[in-house]
Write a protein that binds this ligand. Structure first.
Ligand code: SF4
Length: 401
């Protein structure tokens, strides 16, 4: 059976960042013990719907702030996962962490129980930008977090940064990149700030208190980051992601460098994953699932009860929506997500093996138009974005929706 991935959502944060529209809540810490129990319950229900243990090759604890969970809770969750599923080595187990809330002993505990990848939300090195974003840490916390992670034995560490803030000067972005590079992470995720409705930034923008980010300046910052990371030995393998790697690792279809995020590759290759936790999404057995958003409601739905009707895999009592995926949708989603992989793209051979048709035939019209516009290119049997296509990705993706 094809190896699956598992995403575990931890919807708790110390405070809400000003730009964040994720399903996460400040001030609900008292729910953490019951929530951890509910996660275990959901894991067991998922596994009970299967005839044989599901092979799992990546687990990702995201949020929210997963590092708010005590080490003992994380250990119990890993034990539950290990009993419920078959871990396929070398399994990648990631924890997203907030740099201001870490300690060496906590990181040692995590490493000891099997976590082998840490993703730190650095976002910026500039104190004013961090205040603007509503982050509760500073660059010194990131330095400490990285140093402690190394001491604890983590050799696979990722930093997230945000660019394209309103009125952000490119020199400040350059400083953040330089200070992040000084920490030698194995991986970078860089995101352009998006101002979302319902967030403090969205309200400030609606009232005219802040200007909207300038897309041309954000494009310049993206280009600067590409140049800097390229000269520092990082390979871009996805629109927003770079991994440290010898170039040979990436030469052909592969984004499979040791430090490319295996978990996110599962999404981009449109392969199956289970979503566990409040608001988590999953995709398995050709069904997309979405869980109930509220952590309280999530806990309530997973309280052990003989009254729970059995749910067919991959549903659980927490499932709010299911959406069966037909073959046409699966092919389109495979293009939509696979084209984000800037080196690998979508292989015609793999597509043929999966769907029994050539992608060059089934999407002939879309591909020919996008190749003529200079947004897509063929490299061997792989279709991928050009450098221009990377900047104008939405114009490409919309053709496969
Ligand atoms: S720490 Fe992350 S999840 Fe939590 S509020 Fe900030 S951006 Fe959102």
């Amino acid at each position: 059976m094809i190896p699956h991935s598992i995403y575990i959502h931890i919807p708790f944060c110390r405070q809400r960042c000003n730009y964040c529209d994720f399903n996460t809540y400040a001030g609900l810490h008292e729910l953490i013990p019951a929530y951890s129990d509910a996660l275990i319950q959901e894991i067991q229900i998922l596994a009970s719907g299967l005839d044989q243990p599901l092979p799992v090759h990546t687990i990702y604890f995201g949020g929210g702030t997963p590092s708010l969970l005590p080490a003992e809770s994380l250990e119990k969750l890993l034990e539950a996962l290990n009993s419920a599923f078959r871990f396929d080595p070398p399994i990648e187990i990631t924890l997203e962490a907030n740099p201001g809330a870490l300690s060496l002993s906590y990181l040692r505990d995590l490493r000891g129980m099997g976590f082998n990848r840490i993703s730190l939300g650095m976002q910026s090195a500039h104190p004013g930008e961090l205040v603007f974003l509503g982050r509760s840490h500073d660059y010194g916390d990131v330095v400490n977090g990285v140093e402690w992670a190394r001491l604890a034995g983590f050799d696979n560490l990722s930093l997230d940064l945000i660019f394209g803030l309103p009125e952000q000067r490119i020199a400040v972005w350059r400083d953040s990149l330089d200070l992040a590079l000084r920490l030698s992470p194995e991986h970078f995720s860089l995101y352009a700030l998006s101002i979302e409705h319902g967030t403090p930034l969205g309200r400030w923008a609606d009232r005219g208190l802040i200007p909207l980010p300038d897309p041309d300046e954000a494009a310049d910052m993206y280009e600067l980051a590409k140049e800097k990371l390229d000269s520092a030995g990082y390979i871009q393998y996805e629109i927003s992601n770079w991994a440290k790697s010898p170039i040979a690792d990436f030469q052909y279809q592969t984004s499979s460098s040791r430090f490319a995020c295996k978990h996110n590759l599962q999404y981009w290759r449109n392969l199956p994953y289970l979503g566990v936790g409040a608001g988590a999404h999953g995709y398995a057995n050709n069904v997309r699932t979405a869980n109930v958003l509220s952590p309280r409601e999530y806990i309530h739905r997973l309280l052990p009860s003989p009254l729970h009707p059995p749910t067919p895999f991959p549903q659980t009592p927490a499932t709010l929506e299911t959406n069966p995926i037909d073959r046409d949708t699966e092919m389109r989603e495979t293009m939509l997500m696979g084209l984000r992989l800037t080196r690998e793209g979508v292989s015609d051979e793999r597509f043929q093996a999966r769907f029994g048709v050539d992608l060059s035939r089934i999407f002939a019209e879309e591909i020919s138009e996008l190749v003529n516009l200079g947004l897509l290119e063929w490299v061997d049997d792989r279709l991928r974005l050009t450098a221009r296509g990377c900047l104008l990705g939405n114009q490409v993706f919309v053709r496969f929706v």
